[in-house]
Design a protein around this ligand. Sequence first.
Ligand SMILES: O=C(O)c1ccccc1N[C@@H]1O[C@H](COP(=O)(O)O)[C@@H](O)[C@H]1O
Length: 213
Amino acid sequence: MDIKICGLSTAEAVAAALAGGASHVGFIFFDKSPRHVDPGTAGGLRRAARGRALAVAVAVDADDATLDAIVAAMEPDMLQLHGRETPERVAAVRARHGLPVMKAFSVSASADLDPVEAYRGIADRFLFDAKPPKGSALPGGNGVAFDWRVLAGLDPSVDYMLSGGLNKANIGEALRLLSPPGIDVSSGVESAPGQKDVALIEAFLEAVSANAG
Ligand SMILES: O=C(O)c1ccccc1N[C@@H]1O[C@H](COP(=O)(O)O)[C@@H](O)[C@H]1O
């Protein structure tokens, strides 16, 4: 199972994620996020991950110029599109950058999975996150979970990461219920919004190991 620690902005947090066995490290490019990093900073941080974990650039409805700057400075292994990108936009981004794309969806009911079909064969992977709470400025990274049972009937050939409000206390239940191909955490390993906590990263990764099948 893949494990992504997202919203990293310090070398210490990247090191803790890598030491604990994370397969993916994520960097947020969204001005309104407390986890926002500039492409140059992410480029420096992601160096430690080369050959150890995949570096993921997370963007929200970004235009070509913005993605060009991120890709040039950070050299990500994967792009995560966390906005309202259409299948056509996902295909265009994938072709322009020659990188795999993970498309995020906000989920609260099984009907929210209906649009996934239109992206199959276009997006390389899916990320299922909770819907943002009313008034939130962030499309993700809100630390809220959704009812995971919504994913229980998903076609097993859909490759995805489970995200939204995961933490060391609830990850065992999530893994038992779904056995997801991947998991993604951000707020659950922070002491305050945007402040990654090395001890919480370690505790989360230990909880994953203890509960992985
Ligand atoms: O984390 C953010 O600030 C963010 C901003 C814009 C788009 C996506 C964002 N985060 C993504 O949401 C998941 C879930 O976060 P959480 O664990 O519920 O806090 C996170 O891992 C990112 O992929």
